[in-house]
Design a protein around this ligand. Structure first.
Ligand code: HEM
Length: 444
């Protein structure tokens, strides 16, 4: 709740350590994979730290998530590090707040509604099959970089009509732009941020050329780009060229990294749990669905759905999100001051023993209809965030993951090669240290 000036002074700040001046605890945040777990053990579910030059309160658990998601735009607004804000661009949905954000979300959602999603299936199936054929020929290879190319090719095909985007200059500029997103915003030619700024210019030029060609064509097309070009807000206005470029760049970014992590984790965890793999294959055989897949077919894959949910519970692609406090409030007896940042925690929420007993065990049956462990509390399962800023591409992501998994399970087998580190690196999104070395072959 909001607190008066007098009460504010009487309440203490959450426990924790603000670390060094300016740097705070940012270095440990990046280098220590157990940064949050250690502080959670020491201070409990609410603690202070200092990250990216800002005092920050980390809030963990379903109750905290509910509070934050319900009070978006009242006590908190979404925020990003300076480097991210600049590289995403001033008109990007990610940096907008309040009513403008809500109205833009509605407009962009036109590219993610069920009819639009159904129209993406043939492209997704086609690119998936091309990669499966390639991997079959390769036989042994490192999967994670391949999966990065795979998800980028789908996104670039649907968003910027570029086939095989990962192998074009677009892919190169994009990778270097991504590398600058979470860095110190020092715009010199040799810094990661400076290089990323240069790549942003190149990427925007690339996107502009494609958008202008599409706008001049009689029919802008039914892929995601075509739908965004035709989309209108409540007053009937379309997106300007400048804004369209920022939004396309945001969607390329938001979807690619996260989806790669989710898919790679699915491949890893199923390789490590043959009993789960067996049940997944049985489901595919029982359904024996022909291509092209439909949204209805995919809904029938209920065990696959449970497995994918458990994959994103145990290895969530996004570990948490940042908010800025716009009005001081009280939470669990502590003051949370205006001007501070908040980090809500996805990874730690998913490890709450009270909600997910034996939380480190990979157990897709947690999500079976009779158990439904995630339904015990609101916002106890939040791989896609929640509230007004819940992932806009959630259904796109679920669609791509199910198409990939279904086509893989039906016809192929894979096993982990020995002598590799499967330790998960968490920056920028979780992935195995050695990139997941596998042997891949047709199912016999
Ligand atoms: C926001 C996760 C895939 C587009 C978010 C947020 C999370 C998330 C946690 C909320 C961040 C916050 O609270 O500040 C994921 C995961 C994905 C995924 C786990 C894949 C498994 C995608 C895809 C797209 C997408 C495929 C688009 C093609 C967006 C956008 C936002 C967002 C535009 C910002 C929404 C807003 O600010 O209103 N995502 N995402 N995401 N996601 Fe995703």
């Amino acid at each position: 709740m909001t607190i008066s000036q007098k009460t504010k002074q009487s309440l203490s700040l959450p426990p924790g350590n603000l670390g060094l001046p300016l740097l705070g605890e940012t270095i440990s945040f990046f280098t220590d994979p157990n940064f949050n777990q250690k502080r959670l053990n020491k201070y409990g579910k609410l603690f202070k730290t200092s990250l990216f030059g800002r005092p920050t309160v980390v809030m963990v658990g379903a109750e905290a998530n509910t509070f934050l998601f319900k009070n978006e735009n009242k006590y908190v607004v979404a925020t990003w590090p300076k480097s991210t804000k600049i590289l995403l661009g001033s008109t990007s949905l990610a940096v907008k707040t309040g009513d403008f954000h809500t109205s833009r979300r509605k407009l962009l959602y036109q590219a993610f509604q069920p009819r639009a999603l159904a129209s993406y299936i043939p492209t997704m199936e086609h690119i998936t099959q091309e990669y499966l054929n390639k991997w079959e020929k390769l036989n042994t290879f490192t999967w994670y970089p391949e999966l990065r190319n795979y998800t980028f090719d789908i996104a670039s095909s649907l968003l910027v009509s570029t086939d095989g985007g990962s192998q074009t200059p677009l892919g190169e500029y994009f990778e270097e732009w991504c590398a600058g997103l979470f860095t110190l915003a020092i715009p010199l030619p040799w810094t990661k941020f400076g290089k990323a700024l240069y790549c942003r210019k190149k990427l925007l030029q690339y996107i502009e050329d494609i958008v202008v060609k599409r706008q001049q064509a009689k029919n802008p097309g039914e892929d995601a780009l075509g739908l965004l070009i035709q989309a209108k807000d409540e007053e009937g206005n379309s997106l300007s060229l400048e804004e369209l470029k920022d939004q396309v760049l945001l969607l390329l970014f938001a979807g690619h990294e996260t989806l790669t992590s989710a898919i790679a984790s699915f491949c890893l965890l199923t390789a490590q749990h043959p009993e789960v793999l067996q049940r997944l294959r049985e489901e595919q055989q029982q359904l024996s669905l022909a291509s092209p897949l439909t949204l209805e077919n995919l809904k029938q894959m209920t065990y696959l759905e449970q497995v994918l949910k458990e994959v994103m519970r145990i290895i969530p692609p996004v570990g948490g999100g940042f908010r800025e406090v716009i009005e001081s409030f009280e939470f669990q007896g502590y003051q949370i001051p205006q001007g501070w940042n908040i980090q809500y925690q996805i990874a730690q929420t998913h490890k709450d023993q009270a909600v997910y007993p034996d939380c480190d065990r990979f157990a897709p049956d947690r999500f079976s209809p009779d158990k439904a462990e995630d339904k015990q509390a609101s916002f106890a399962y939040i791989p896609f965030g929640g509230g007004l800023r819940e992932c806009l591409g959630k259904e796109f992501a679920r669609l791509e993951m199910r198409i990939f998994a279904s086509m893989l399970l039906k016809n192929y087998q894979w096993e982990l090669l020995p002598n590799q580190s499967l330790e998960l690196l968490t920056i920028p999104t979780p992935h195995p240290r050695d990139g997941l070395k596998i042997k891949f072959s047709p199912l016999v």
